[in-house]
Design a protein around this ligand. Sequence first.
Ligand code: ADP
Ligand code: MG
Length: 323
Amino acid sequence: MSEFDLINQFFKATAVKRDDVILGIGDDCAILSPPPGKQLAVSTDTLISGVHFPQSTTAEDIGYKSLAVNLSDLAAMGAEPAWVSLAISLPQANDAWLKKFMCGFNELAKQYNLSLIGGDTTQGHLSVTINITGFIDSEKALKRSSAKVGDSIFVTGNIGDAAIGLKAVFNRLDTTGDFSEKNKHHCINRLNRPSPRVNAGRLLSDFSVAAIDVSDGLMADLNHICEASGVGALLSLQQIPLSDAALNYYNNKPDWQSVLSGGDDYELCFTCADNQYAEIQALMELNDIDITCIGKVIEDAGIKCLYGNQLITLNPSGYNHFK
Ligand code: ADP
Ligand code: MG
């Protein structure tokens, strides 16, 4: 199949249609019509085989995850997803592979009414670069720099499952618990199919709070909020929300370093003032989103971790490509 047949069949024909896409795939540029009064939130993420996903990952999961991690960036700003472009480099034009890749990709694109408006298709090592655009009302973006001393720190969902999933994929599970196949599957699924917290981010955009998505590890990402806001954080390890699967894996004695620096969680971490909490909690509950308070914003720079009243020393670094 030629490059152009491939573009028509797998990208153009399957793209979600939106009225604000004046001209989609097929010309030199896409022409887009943003809603009057809205600002655009734009982000790019690359996923490279063997770096961002194990080489054994299925085409469907790669398609899903590539879009999920980009949607997670929009979620962290509180934006409404609208348009996406896809630059893909493939070792060969493999129809069956692309069909499955787009099946995973389109599962999320349809869920979020996200239109594929263009891209680039090249031959080379497998890598996927996505550029995503969303809408946001002016002054409503969830910036990393908005945390204030005295705020509480929250996360959505559970932390640490994907790090266990990664160990499972590489047969490096090391557990004293009776780790069931069901729990193992749960963790691998969290690694390959993260659920971007778009809804949570949009709900938070009505409050002026700081937020980030947890991609490189909770400590490293929370540290980005702290640095941008000129504050520090005091985390209470006992409050970090773990799934039943993670508790089973760690036999109720979590390896905090792994939980807090494992990455690939794609949950949101946000800070909010005490007088915002009740309203945020009520909204999240109404939308079936679990949030957990895990600590406080403090004046001293850096992140301190307490277990009870014992100070635990952990390495704050998360994943870093150039270490
Ligand atoms: P150009 O020669 O201008 O770079 P291409 O031949 O690369 O154009 O692409 C033709 C059309 O197909 C363009 O509209 C481009 O945006 C679209 N396209 C190419 N690859 C992809 C892809 N992976 N996903 C979505 N659209 C794509
Ligand atoms: Mg091109």
